[in-house]
Design a protein around this ligand. Structure first.
Ligand SMILES: CC(C)(COP(=O)(O)OP(=O)(O)OC[C@H]1O[C@@H](n2cnc3c(N)ncnc32)[C@H](O)[C@@H]1OP(=O)(O)O)[C@@H](O)C(=O)NCCC(=O)NCCSC(=O)C[C@H](O)C(=O)O
Ligand SMILES: [Mg+2]
Length: 300
């Protein structure tokens, strides 16, 4: 099953941007991706590693965001240095960019093992190459006890470049690929995170992308600016109407007259036990999110 931790808002922060890093304790975000890859200029990589290690080493709130580090690809030479700098500080996850094949995950695990680092850190894989998006299933199934795989993250900027497909509003051309990645993630029991919306000023466009991705089944949205967080948190949380509908379905099968029934009619619709199971999951997720919101409001 996907994680019980909400991963609705997944905010990239350039590992070298001191002011942006300083903002993190005040942000109600589910996941922070401390970026050592594309948002960091080649000559700033070492400084970014130091800054990110310092963020990871600082005291963390129990209910604070998951801290995931996006390392550079191993092939680019910086990836191993990134792992050596951040793994001892036990990030919640390491995000590997530009994954092409399952061997890319195996290579990162081998480097982590060779460095002798044992942590509870998970592995996240970016699906943003032609090869990985054409065949995401073997990647999603490449599970291991070392750096267990937790999530797939779509990267539509790189993918747009790789495929020559225009990243246009509505993203219709990408839909088959997005659903292929989503199905692969679910087959592997992983979470799956939608790509970034590049236009920071277009909050309506962001809300539309979030609503669409939530309908598709994505767990959350990659973000690039704090102004985008609240929209994603809302879009990927169950709405009040969805909670009320789920409560009604759970209640339906709890009634004595329905205890032995596999299917009942409710408001003119067929409802099966699988709907009650889904409703139960939605309610559990809503409770987790509400608890987290309460704790975050108290601690910030
Ligand atoms: C895009 C930005 C460079 C814009 O930054 P800026 O011009 O500073 O914006 P603002 O003046 O509106 O910022 C207001 C304050 O908020 C802070 N801020 C901005 N962004 C962030 C952030 N991501 N996290 C935390 N805090 C942030 C600013 O510092 C301002 O505060 P202050 O300085 O005190 O006034 C910038 O938003 C940015 O760098 N965003 C992240 C870019 C990034 O990480 N890109 C890489 C990941 S996306 C990607 O690679 C996708 C994938 O791989 C693919 O292929 O699709
Ligand atoms: Mg990318």
């Amino acid at each position: 099953m996907p994680s019980s931790r909400p991963r609705r808002s997944v905010l990239y922060v350039p590992g070298v941007n001191e002011r942006a890093l300083a903002k993190l304790p005040g942000l109600a975000v589910d996941v922070v991706i401390l970026d050592l890859e594309d948002s960091v200029a080649p000559h700033m990589k070492a400084e970014a590693r130091d800054r990110v290690a310092a963020v990871l080493g600082a005291p963390r709130r129990d209910n604070g965001p998951e801290l995931v580090v996006r390392i550079n690809a191993l092939a680019e030479g910086e990836g191993a240095a990134d792992l050596a700098a951040v793994l001892p500080a036990a990030p919640d996850g390491v995000l590997l960019p530009k994954v092409a094949v399952p061997d890319d995950l195996a290579a990162v695990r081998a480097v982590a093992l060779a460095q002798g680092v044992e942590t509870g850190t998970t592995l996240w894989a970016m699906i943003e190459t032609a090869r990985s998006v054409a065949d995401p299933l073997p990647i999603a199934l490449a599970q291991d006890g070392v750096l267990p795989l937790a999530a797939l993250v779509l990267g539509l900027n790189d993918l747009s470049l790789a495929l020559g497909t225009r990243l246009a509003p509505g993203r219709a051309a990408f839909l088959p690929l997005m659903m292929g990645v989503l199905a692969a993630a679910r087959a592997g029991g992983l979470d799956v995170i939608d790509a970034v919306h590049n236009d920071i000023g277009d909050l309506d466009g962001l809300a539309a992308e979030c609503a669409f991705a939530a309908d598709c089944g994505f767990d959350g949205k990659s973000l690039i600016h704090p102004a985008q967080i609240e929209i994603a948190n809302r879009a990927f949380a169950p709405s009040d109407a969805a909670i009320a509908a789920a409560e009604a379905i759970v209640d339906l099968f709890d009634r004595p007259e329905n205890r032995d029934r596999g299917v009942v009619a409710h408001d003119g619709r067929m409802v099966e036990r699988l709907h009650a199971e889904a409703a139960g999951r939605l309610l559990a997720r809503a409770r987790t999110i509400a608890r987290r919101a309460g704790e975050t409001a108290r601690d910030m």
